[in-house]
Write a protein that binds this ligand. Structure first.
Ligand SMILES: [Zn+2]
Length: 85
């Protein structure tokens, strides 16, 4: 059964979650993403803290800055994310 929580509560949960994202798993990320979606809470910058493809939180990400792009290589699946700076 899914416990119904308010939007403020969901927001708080998401904030707490990203405070120690490094000890989370892709499963947890999936859950929190769904929570955000359900409550219409955009993750914005927080999305850069985990891999878009396999949802694994970045541990010691390999970050490269190139031509105004931030390039992060996921050590888990090898997916390369590019963010505009
Ligand atoms: Zn990945």
């Amino acid at each position: 059964m899914i416990k119904k929580i308010s939007k403020a509560e969901a927001k708080k949960q998401i904030e707490e979650f990203f405070k120690d994202i490094k000890c989370k798993t892709s499963k947890d990320v999936k859950k929190i993403k769904r929570l955000g979606m359900r409550h219409n809470i955009p993750l914005k910058e927080k999305r850069k803290m985990f891999c878009k493809k396999c949802l694994t939180p970045y541990q010691n990400p390999n970050i490269k800055i190139k031509k105004g792009l931030k390039i992060v290589n996921c050590k888990n699946c090898g997916y390369v994310s590019r963010w505009r700076l």
